[in-house]
Design a protein around this ligand. Structure first.
Ligand code: FAD
Length: 392
């Protein structure tokens, strides 16, 4: 029975960041990492961006094995016993631990049809499958206009593929961007050759003559040989629930990333944490959070007491446009746009009760820390106070 000082369940960026931190903080402690994926940890963001622009696949690996962690790949933990401090995998192997980290991330929301013509774009294997299909002259439909949908549609179009986006909202990224920017992106995608079906959601799904047929909410049909579903993720909380940990929109952790069981930590996409700057509990599905929170969880498992007070940022690329964003970038908040060049370069501030809650840095780089400082300021701010605040 493997017996580790530290056991990490999960094989994503959070798991890797924790393994590296454990090695640094307690080089004598043993670390076991169990991942359901057959590959060691790798960077996910390039799967929908850089790899389509020519970056070689070998660049994504994070070199986790060099931390000394024992990697158990292609295995899924199915049960955790907090009292006995052990976890069991899907082949019946039992691993003992002193401290456990749940870095189980999330799994894509699924559509009600079982077929390999639907790709849920999350893993390296999903990327490889779509990349192989993108060499064929077939029709692609992307369901959803959020991060994954908009990035994958751009990636496929850059390979000159026939791509249709089916988006229930009126704009691309409508939950994040102000309405005028989200509407601009619809035109921008059309100019790039993507067929945009806006205000149209999925009402049903069938197969017909080798194709997928989507029935849409406006009684239309969309026929494609490959569907990419960008419907968001569901946090992987099953093990936490089974182990009796507190779960509320993710595994609830304290400021040192500890769950309601003192020997069990959680971090990354799956963890719900209190953020001081925003005065709110967050669950963040982005790279900076995975890297920073994973590292802090690792340090704390090894005995440090470093609080996680970081306000994570995220980024995305849409054809030639790119952005970074910090804080609560929710299109329902009051927004103040300060464009240097309309929709091409500028800053959007998100306000609530006179405070800046989020900042969108549109083709504006090197400003993330300044944006964080602005979010920490008590205000109150009026829209005119914000014009010209960033870049600082
Ligand atoms: C295509 C794509 C592009 C992205 N682009 C960006 C971007 O541009 N910017 C940005 O900020 N963020 C981006 N993200 C989000 C970012 O990648 C995630 O926030 C990050 O990967 C989360 O890491 P994680 O380790 O917490 O979770 P995950 O990456 O979900 O990893 C969880 C791991 O745990 C494994 N696992 C789950 N349950 C078990 C179990 N019971 N037993 C064993 N193993 C288990 C899974 O197989 C998986 O390997 C992107 C994500 C994707 C998919």
């Amino acid at each position: 029975m493997p017996d580790y000082t530290y056991l990490i369940v999960g094989g994503g960026m959070t798991a890797d960041a924790a393994a590296q931190a454990l090695h640094e903080a307690d080089p004598g402690g043993s670390v076991g990492l169990i991942s359901a994926e057959p590959h060691p940890p790798y960077d996910r963001p390039p799967l929908s961006k850089a790899l389509w622009k020519g970056e070689p696949e070998e660049k994504i690996w994070r070199g986790t094995a060099a931390s000394g962690a024992a990697l158990h790949l292609g295995r899924r933990i199915t049960a955790v016993d907090p009292r006995g401090r052990s976890a069991t995998d899907d082949r019946g192997a039992v691993y003992r631990y002193k401290k456990l980290l749940l870095a189980t991330g999330g799994a894509p929301r699924r559509l009600p049809l079982k077929t390999d013509q639907i790709i849920y774009f999350r893993t390296l294997d999903d990327y490889r499958r779509l990349r192989a299909l993108a060499t064929q002259s077939v029709r692609f439909a992307v369901i959803g206009g959020g991060f994954i949908g908009s990035e994958v549609a751009a990636a496929l179009r850059m390979q000159q593929r026939d791509v249709t986006m089916l988006v229930p909202e009126a704009g691309v990224g409508a939950r994040v961007f102000p309405a005028d920017l989200a509407a601009f992106l619809v035109d921008y995608y059309r100019e790039k050759g993507v067929t945009m079906r806006m205000g149209e959601g999925m009402a049903g799904l069938d197969r017909r003559a080798g194709s997928c047929v989507v029935r849409t909410t406006v009684s239309g049909e969309l026929v494609a040989e490959v569907l990419v579903a960008g419907l968001g993720i569901v946090p992987g909380v099953e093990l936490a629930e089974q182990a009796g940990l507190r779960v509320e929109n993710g595994i609830v952790v304290d400021e040192v990333c500890r769950t309601s069981q003192p020997d069990i930590y959680a971090a990354g996409d799956v963890a719900s944490f209190e953020n001081r700057a925003l005065g709110a509990r967050l669950r963040v599905e982005h790279e900076d959070n995975a890297n920073t929170m994973g590292r802090i969880a690792g340090l704390n498992m090894a005995g440090r007491a470093t609080p996680y007070h970081h306000l994570p940022f995220f980024y995305s690329d849409l054809f030639e446009l790119g952005y970074e964003a910090v804080g609560d970038v929710d299109a329902r908040l009051e927004t103040v746009a300060d464009w240097k060049e309309r929709f091409r370069e500028g800053v959007v501030y998100y306000l609530k009760d006179g405070r800046v809650r989020g900042v969108l840095l549109w083709n504006t780089w090197g400003q993330v820390d300044h944006a964080r400082a602005l979010i920490a300021e008590p205000g109150p701010f009026k829209p005119e106070d914000l014009k010209g605040r960033l870049p600082a």
